[in-house]
Write a protein that binds this ligand. Sequence first.
Ligand code: SAM
Length: 267
Amino acid sequence: MSGAPPLQHRARKRFGQNFLHDPRVIQRIVEAIDPRPGQTIIEIGPGQAALTRRLVQRAGHVTAIEIDRDLAAWLREEFTPEQLTLIEADALRLDWSTVAADPVRVVGNLPYNISSPLLFRLMEYAERVTDQHFMLQKEVVDRMVAPPGSRTYGRLSVMLQVRYRMTKLFDVPRGAFNPPPKVTSSIVRMVPRAAAELPEMDFATFGRVVAAAFNQRRKILRNALGEVAGATAFAAAGVDPMARAETLAVDDYVRLTRAVAAETNAA
Ligand code: SAM
């Protein structure tokens, strides 16, 4: 770390910049991640290096993806190439296969405006990921880990829960950031399920079934899934067509997906 002068940077709203400044919170997050020397750590949005500095101290090296040109230039000054590989890019457009070649650990205090698309993008690389630790809006984390039947259970919950074991770790108050965001944040741990634990099914069909079910979540499933699943699929899956999307467990969606595929093949 170069000892370069402190950064004079005005937080850019369009990049969702809320920088962590509370040392106890930063410490707690890094303790939860527990980076070890030799691990491949990828940080999304290092910003002013609040987490990066500690991650480098503990792991020796970090690969970071930063969209902001000024911050990227500053980070290159602040760290040596042995400490930090800086990729100046949009994490949403990045070809992740170029950075996720090893088993990687992904971390980030994510910009709120890109959190859902980024979670879906990273799902494509879940096989190469050991774990992910993210700071997100509390409301988003609550949706991710929500159980069936709860008010916040939805498409995000089902799509992520089928792929990851997820644990909400703790909340982070607004005051830990500069500038403070409008809402409370939370830290979530996501561990991809092993191949043997993943259900055998067509994941694209699963995505279609879940999207259709929750698109019209107030409707009964028979109506919401009218275009996707017929009466035989409901019967074969043992799913009540009069039920509503939020009452079905992830396993129910898996069975429904298999039944939809069988129904399509038989047609
Ligand atoms: N990690 C720092 C911290 O905890 O203080 C900064 C967190 S700030 C909420 C989000 C960071 O992500 C900013 O540095 C921002 O410039 C960067 N960022 C925003 N959109 C991005 C994108 N699409 N790809 C990569 N980085 C992005």
